[in-house]
Design a protein around this ligand. Structure first.
Ligand SMILES: [Zn+2]
Length: 375
């Protein structure tokens, strides 16, 4: 049985050098069981984790066996065939999509196309100034409802979050009691993946009330740009994903060891883009190696590894080389689903003005008999 994994490795290596659609389609999908999940416990804590530049095929055999923490996160509804923003495969437009639930372009888009450090707030460096209207985020809905919010990142361009949702430019809280205009309670920047994981773990241990935290791990993207996006267990890209896996393990350890976190914490993990085409970047919008990404929902180890696409027939199930345009009525599951998925897990409404999962929330379990009788 040694032959099959080796063959898969060879195909993936070939795919690193060009946008080889056939190779991309040949990688084996992660198997998902059809068992019903355990009844989800009330979720008090949600982490949205973005692993910058994480290709979906890193979470498929044979590579996934190298990442025990990421393997654990696959014990829940997930798809390894989710999509980036329909028009951009770069960092910032996709991350703003993750927290606003919107595409980048179009009338309902968030409108932020830059991928550099934002201008100062007095030079228009907020999402709202660029859009010409307030663009609400998951932080608005959560914070207004009394949920503590945090942002833990490893790139300085995420200042656009605090500039847009900080005290000065955050919207007034119209939900009683008034929690103020600053929608993000804590903003942490760290270069080291282990520092970031440890900080998030310590933060969660101390937080007893409801929390919504956004965590960004940059290492795989940095390794990809410096070397390449080679999917094998000797590349610098691989080493960076191992670093992220260790950081996530630290967070999972905090959840396991802390009574108020255990059984009440959910993790949504996705990526802003994949990478490798052209070799040291991810800017070719037409290549599935760049636009095919994971979308994982972990609700504790008891939840079953269900196929998130099968649970959500209202969303399109693209072939592995199809991106699906922004204007298509039926959208694939995208990283932009993270905002509303996180809020719904906390029992909160969708982000105002958002699109992905806004009117029809993503389903994380098969319909129950009582759901069916409601229709
Ligand atoms: Zn990048």
């Amino acid at each position: 049985m040694l032959v099959r994994p080796l063959a898969a490795v060879v195909l993936i290596l070939v795919a690193n050098f060009a946008c080889d659609r056939a190779a991309s389609q040949t990688t084996a999908p992660q198997s998902a069981s059809s068992a019903a999940p355990a009844t989800p416990l009330p979720t008090n804590h949600v982490l949205v984790i973005s692993v910058d530049g994480l290709r979906a095929d890193m979470l498929e055999p044979p590579m996934i066996t190298e990442f025990p923490a990421l393997t654990r996160l696959l014990r829940g509804p997930h798809t390894l065939n989710a999509r980036t923003d329909p028009d951009f495969t770069v960092t910032l437009p996709n991350h703003i999509s993750m927290v606003t639930g919107r595409a980048t372009l179009g009338e309902a888009g968030h409108g932020w196309t830059l991928n550099t450090d934002p201008a100062g707030v007095d030079q228009g460096g907020t999402i709202h100034a660029t859009k010409g209207a307030y663009v609400a985020s998951m932080f608005d809905v959560a914070h207004d409802a009394g949920v503590a919010t945090g942002v833990f990142v490893s790139k300085t361009k995420f200042w656009v979050f605090t500039q847009s949702y900080g005290d000065t430019f955050g919207a007034p809280d119209i939900v009683e009691p008034d929690e103020g205009t600053a929608k993000i309670d804590l903003f942490v920047h760290a270069d080291s993946m282990s520092d970031l994981g440890g900080t998030v773990a310590d933060h969660l241990r101390r937080k007893h009330g409801k929390t919504l935290d956004f965590v960004h791990f940059a290492a795989p993207d940095i390794a990809g740009h410096s070397y390449d996006w080679k999917v094998n267990n000797t590349s610098k890209y691989f080493e960076a994903v191992v670093e992220v896996d260790h950081a996530i393990a630290e967070i999972l350890r905090a959840i396991d060891e802390t009574e108020h976190l255990r059984g009440t914490t959910a993790i949504i993990l996705t990526a802003d883009h994949g990478g490798g085409v052209p070799l040291k970047t991810h800017t070719d919008m037409t290549c599935p190696l760049n636009f095919r990404i994971p979308f994982l929902v972990w609700m504790g180890d008891a939840s079953a590894a269900l196929d998130l696409q099968a649970l959500n027939p209202a969303r399109t199930k693209p072939a592995r080389d199809e991106l699906i345009t922004r204007v298509a009525d039926k959208q694939p599951i995208r990283n932009g689903d993270a905002a509303n998925a996180a809020l719904h897990l906390l029992g909160l409404p969708s982000v105002p003005g958002s699109r992905y999962g806004a009117d029809e929330p993503l389903h994380f379990a098969p319909p129950t008999s009582s759901d069916k009788t409601k229709n």
